[in-house]
Design a protein around this ligand. Structure first.
Ligand SMILES: Cc1cc2nc3c(=O)[nH]c(=O)nc-3n(C[C@H](O)[C@H](O)[C@H](O)COP(=O)(O)OP(=O)(O)OC[C@H]3O[C@@H](n4cnc5c(N)ncnc54)[C@H](O)[C@@H]3O)c2cc1C
Length: 407
């Protein structure tokens, strides 16, 4: 159940033993490259991996797993057109997570998420549209709010998206002579005392320095109070004129888990034992962002990262073949890009910043990306971006074709 990082890797690693993947999409999204898809460095199609290519021995059933009956060993799948019962020997829950939002006035109406490919494409088009709107107006105040960008949540996804999108705007502005010298405002907000709390302090401080040097504002120990269509108000009382508010303040396990009748922890994740078997259910297994997996090497449950989902998938694929062994994985490092050939990397305790950090980050992501054909497409995109300017076409109409006969 679920063809994201965790589910797709389990199916791939099961190889000829075969599996059925139930997924609403026919691809796996490689999220570490999502910020670059949003900024246009990478073609959006190149950051997804078609499941039928990645897992050639698996069957794919396009739809949503709606419910689970462990007694009759059946998953009920909703394909949108019909409900299909899939009988299983073992079932793997890999339903992932959704954005964790808070009941902040205006957030649901005006905030933009950054979790899916649709989110990334929408954000890119939204930002380019703001530039067009800023170029079209002569009203200073209107222009200021179109060029105001607020990102809430300074973990990996937030910082990378913030840096990449600001690069997009910087490059795009070369094509907008009307906006020469127009003031832009980029604001990164987080409730924690520092950005990137999950990386070693030296790397987090380097990232903060890099971003402030570019003229960006970082507000730590600050929260979002409310959002309007063209403004965001922070807990320090400041009201920032901005037509773009991106919410990247963490994830929570898929709410659908609550309907499956399985044991959950206080954060709504399925509880597993050390072999990734769901507690009290012999043939039900879980991993990835939707599961609370005890890690025997760290003595703590794993954080929600693709790095851990992949290692759990390796263990689980072996366990499904028989003789289940406990999962144990010691994290070897962490990486993040900051745009503009800058990055941070912690490789087995060796800390790298600047160009080396950026290079290691890109190399690591490329290494992790499945399928040689995908790697090649990404390398070609990166190479092209070294020699040519970024594409600034705004393609918000994609996926919304005109009806026949409409003018
Ligand atoms: C923008 C962004 C950047 C990130 N960057 C990094 C990074 O650089 N490094 C890193 O380690 N981690 C990163 N992560 C975290 C990483 O993406 C997740 O930890 C990882 O994807 C978890 O894998 P998963 O399979 O549990 O969940 P997902 O990859 O989210 O997959 C869950 C899948 O389940 C499917 N699904 C949901 N409901 C159903 C249903 N009812 N039936 C069937 N299928 C269903 C979904 O469509 C999805 O395909 C990033 C996350 C984001 C959002």
């Amino acid at each position: 159940m679920g063809g994201g990082f965790a589910g797709a890797y389990v199916a791939r690693l099961l190889g000829e033993r075969g599996a059925t993947i139930v997924s609403p999409e026919n691809f796996m999204l490689f999220t570490p490259l999502l910020p670059e898809a949003a900024s246009g460095t990478l073609e959006p199609r190149h950051v997804v991996v078609p499941l039928r290519l990645m897992c050639p021995h698996a069957e794919l059933l396009l739809g949503k797993a709606a419910s689970l009956d462990p007694d009759s060993h059946t998953v009920h799948v909703d394909t949108g057109e019909e409900r299909i019962d899939v009988h299983y020997g073992d079932v793997v829950l890999a339903l992932g997570a959704i954005s964790r939002t808070l009941p902040i006035p205006g957030l649901a109406e005006h905030g933009l998420g950054f979790k899916s490919l649709a989110d990334a494409i929408h954000l890119r088009n939204h930002v380019l549209r703001r530039l067009e709107a800023a170029a079209a107006t002569h009203d200073e105040e209107h222009r200021r709010r179109e060029l105001g960008f607020v990102f809430v949540g300074a973990g990996y996804a937030g910082v990378e998206a913030f840096a990449e999108l600001s690069d997009l705007v910087r490059d795009a502005l070369r094509h907008y002579p009307e906006l020469k010298g127009a003031p832009q405002r980029w604001v990164l907000v987080d409730a924690a005392p520092k950005i990137l709390p999950e990386v070693p302090t030296r790397l987090g401080e380097y990232a903060a320095r890099q971003l402030t040097r570019r003229g960006f504002e970082i507000h730590v120990e600050t929260t979002l109070d409310s959002v309007e269509e063209h403004a965001a108000t922070l807990s320090n009382g400041e009201r920032i004129p901005a037509s773009t508010l991106v919410w990247t303040a963490g994830v929570k396990a898929s709410p659908q888990l609550a309907q499956l009748g399985l044991p959950l922890d206080e954060r709504g994740r399925v509880r597993t034992d050390a072999t990734l078997r769901v507690e009290g259910h012999e043939r039900v297994w879980a991993l990835g962002d939707c599961a609370r997996v005890p890690n025997q090497a760290s003595a703590e449950p794993d954080p929600p990262t693709s790095q851990h989902a992949l290692r759990q998938a390796r263990r689980l694929a072996k366990n499904l073949r028989g003789d289940p062994q406990p999962y144990r994985y010691r994290m070897l490092g962490q990486v993040a890009t900051l745009g503009r050939y800058k990055g941070i990397a912690d490789v087995m305790g060796v800390l790298l910043t600047g160009f080396p950090g950026w290079f290691v980050t890109r190399s690591y992501h490329l290494y992790q990306l499945p399928l040689f054909s995908r790697k090649l497409r990404v390398v070609v995109d990166w190479t092209v971006s070294l020699f040519f300017r970024r594409d600034i076409a705004e393609l918000g109409m994609l996926g919304h074709p005109q009806r026949l006969g409409d003018g």
